[in-house]
Ligand binder design. Structure first.
Ligand SMILES: [Zn+2]
Length: 324
């Protein structure tokens, strides 16, 4: 089993606006990395740990392997923070998730198929547990506590290694049975690159951080250039990097313009690697979206307030909702 390693809780995470409530532990299970956090009764993130996600070893099922890691970290938190007594566990992960039943319906990345995480966690840890979509958890944090809070009609969009979103329509989250909000797999070029989902030319094949790195490597014939370096080269006027960056921005613009026409959101709150570049991303994006729209309601395009921690805060909100 791979143990999650404790990290210093960054100052930005200590000040997260979770507020008072039951103490909970949250786990964000991703393809490469699992992140665990302990929130106390004041809503302060007290512990933060990170490590490789469990690998299938052929004998342990994927769900059981993940639960071993969850149990190990829960025990470590109890040892490191004996004054904090968590009363619920909030698990989140990518892909298609049934939030109500707490089942990972499908994640190609993690090879999950109908893994009943809520039930597995409750059986192993003897605490009320939830398992929800990472994108919807991040959306909920943003909607209840963050940049989406002033709005009834708003889209919370993550542009990172993966692209996903949460949709709020007339003040209510639109889940579509776990399938809604999959903006990463809206097609922006039917003749484009093949996507992991099986389609061609999904937004994710152009505007995810991984796709930007891959497109740059392909066009420049230079391997191992990181996303930060692609951004830096675009800034310095490197033509290939600028082209890849502009292609990603155009694709995001196209999808936002379609959302504006279909859902008429008041705002789109954006997080992830592209948004982290700040004005370099938001200024050209606002310009492009404005140029594309006509009579539509023009959504405010806003950065997330959570500095990458929205999903963990959302997982804490969900855990608190079921806490004993
Ligand atoms: Zn796709």
């Amino acid at each position: 089993m791979i143990t999650l390693v404790p990290l210093l809780v960054p100052r930005s995470a200590q000040a997260l606006p979770l507020g008072p409530g039951p103490a909970v532990i949250t786990f964000d299970m991703q393809k490469a990395v699992t992140t665990a956090a302990l929130f106390d009764r004041d809503g302060i993130m007290r512990g933060l740990s990170r490590g490789p996600s469990p690998l299938l070893d052929g004998e342990t099922s994927v769900g059981e392997a993940a639960m071993l890691q969850v149990e190990d970290r829960t025990t470590q938190f109890a040892r490191d923070f004996p004054e904090v007594t968590p009363t619920a566990i909030g698990l989140i992960g990518p892909g298609v998730v049934d939030d109500a039943e707490g089942i990972a319906i499908l994640s190609a990345d993690l090879r999950w198929a109908n893994v009943p995480y809520k039930r597995l966690a409750e059986r192993r840890l003897k605490l009320p547990s939830s398992f929800s979509s990472d994108a919807r958890a991040a959306g909920e944090a943003e909607f209840q506590l963050g940049a989406a809070r002033p709005y009834n009609n708003v889209v919370v969009l993550r542009l990172g290694e993966r692209i996903a979103s949460t949709l709020y329509v007339d003040g209510r989250m639109h889940g579509g049975g776990g399938f809604a909000g999959g903006l990463g797999h809206t097609i922006v070029d039917p003749n484009g690159r093949r996507c992991a989902c099986g389609s061609h030319g999904c937004l994710q094949t152009v505007a995810s951080t991984g796709a930007i790195v891959d497109c740059y490597a392909e066009l420049s014939a230079e391997a191992n250039v990181t996303i930060d370096e692609v951004f830096a080269r675009a800034r310095r006027g490197d033509q290939t990097a600028s082209l890849v960056w502009a292609t990603a921005l155009d694709a995001v613009t196209l999808v936002i313009s379609q959302i504006a026409a279909v859902l008429a959101p008041e705002a789109v709150v954006i997080s992830g690697g592209l948004a982290a570049t700040g004005d370099e991303f938001f200024l050209p994006l606002r310009h492009r979206v404005n140029a594309l729209l006509s009579f539509h309601r023009r959504p405010a395009l806003l950065p997330s307030m959570f500095d990458g921690n929205a999903a963990l805060v959302g997982a804490a909100l969900r855990a608190r909702a079921i806490a004993a």
